[in-house]
Design a protein around this ligand. Structure first.
Ligand SMILES: NC(=O)c1ccc[n+]([C@@H]2O[C@H](COP(=O)([O-])OP(=O)(O)OC[C@H]3O[C@@H](n4cnc5c(N)ncnc54)[C@H](OP(=O)(O)O)[C@@H]3O)[C@@H](O)[C@H]2O)c1
Length: 327
């Protein structure tokens, strides 16, 4: 496992880290035993950074991570998120009282007295134009409730706005073979300001593992079923907002590029790590096998220029018209 500096924080985090949404909820049935096994396998493989949110199973994901931290002696840094428990989810809801309440709940769930990193959880765009919200986070830092804060964004433009605030340490954004726009302008700006980047949905919701087919079925409580068209939240969070059949066709083209002995998931993750502005990818994993497969990407040799060009070509031809102008 390799490690990269996370923005201006003191932490060097595993370049393949762990996304803990699926072990909380919205991905079909998951067993806490399997989830803990997956988390433990990730730590065994050198992962030292986990991304979660208060809303993932309404505390379930955070509580599993607290359990993991009790069971392990390694230093594990945890990034959580706040804001998505608001209903309705409005910019006005991002006030000091609500944010403080969400932080208190996360402190309890994670069994700690100070949160390592708190990210605003894809707030409405307007929030980025309200400096007072970032002031509330500064006050939570001063009060010793949170060490650092960042944002999780839907759109590149939100990311560019967010990093104008001097204490924003990290930006979490969808970045994968099917979502390449962040690399154009945003990565350079983030690097210049020493802002860490967490690449989320790195496997395009499992699509880039190459295991899905036209016949794959998803449980009713799996967002790959219930949010296929953005019914519950931003459609970009499900298969990166690329329609299923187009994704499958593009995956077959990517499959043809695989070096011998490399899995599709490893290839997709190694592709992300080719961008040095990225601090880490945060693939979700529900089982130890998935966690180990993903972690192995860190130690793969770099992809060749020809392979990088080929992935870019697939994106330009098949994917770009569907996503580039949207996020
Ligand atoms: N708004 C936000 O801030 C936001 C939104 C989305 C995600 N995130 C964060 O980003 C993380 C990653 O994104 P994601 O979980 O949505 O999608 P992802 O990492 O692209 O896909 C994860 C899913 O792919 C499957 N998978 C993973 N590794 C595999 C492997 N090696 N082989 C086969 N299948 C594998 C698993 O599901 P199955 O086994 O069921 O196929 C797993 O749950 C999340 O966990 C969360 O921490 C944040």
């Amino acid at each position: 496992m390799n490690y990269r500096q996370l923005g201006r924080t003191p932490w060097k985090v595993s370049d393949i880290s762990f996304g803990a949404w699926a072990i909380g909820g919205a991905w079909g049935d998951v067993d806490d035993k399997d989830s803990l096994a997956a988390l433990n396998k990730a730590i065994d493989s050198g992962v030292n950074f986990i991304d979660t949110a208060d809303v993932y199973g309404m505390g379930r994901s955070e509580r599993l991570i607290a359990q993991l931290k009790r069971d392990r002696k390694e230093a594990i840094t945890v990034a959580t998120k706040a804001g998505r428990r608001l209903s309705p989810h409005t910019a006005d809801g991002y006030n000091e009282k609500n944010l403080t309440g969400f932080i208190e709940d996360s402190l309890r769930n994670l069994s700690t007295d100070c949160l390592d990193l708190v990210q605003l959880h894809c707030p409405p765009t307007d929030v980025y134009y309200r400096p007072e919200v970032f002031g509330f986070l500064d006050r939570l830092m001063e009060a010793g409730k949170i060490r650092y804060y960042g944002v999780s964004v839907e759109r590149v433009e939100e990311a560019l706005k967010a990093i104008e605030y001097p204490n924003v340490q990290t930006v979490q954004i969808i970045f994968n073979c099917f979502r390449q726009r962040p690399a154009e302008l945003f990565f350079g700006q983030a690097k210049a300001r020493k802002v860490g980047i967490l690449a989320r949905v790195p496997l395009s919701s499992g699509m880039l593992t190459g295991k899905l087919t036209r016949k794959s079925q998803f449980a009713v409580d799996d967002h790959r079923n219930f949010n296929r068209h953005g019914e519950a939240f931003d459609v970009g969070e499900t298969f990166s907002g690329v329609d299923y059949d187009t994704s499958l066709d593009a995956v077959e083209e990517i499959r043809a590029l695989l070096p011998a002995g490399v899995s599709m998931a490893q290839f997709a993750l190694r592709w992300i790590l080719m961008f040095d502005a990225v601090t880490c990818a945060i693939p979700g994993a529900k089982t130890p096998l998935q966690a180990a497969d993903n972690c192995a990407a860190s130690d793969l040799p770099p992809l060749s220029d020809a392979v990088m060009d080929a992935v870019r070509g697939i994106y330009e031809r098949k994917i770009r018209p569907l996503v580039h102008h949207r996020w």
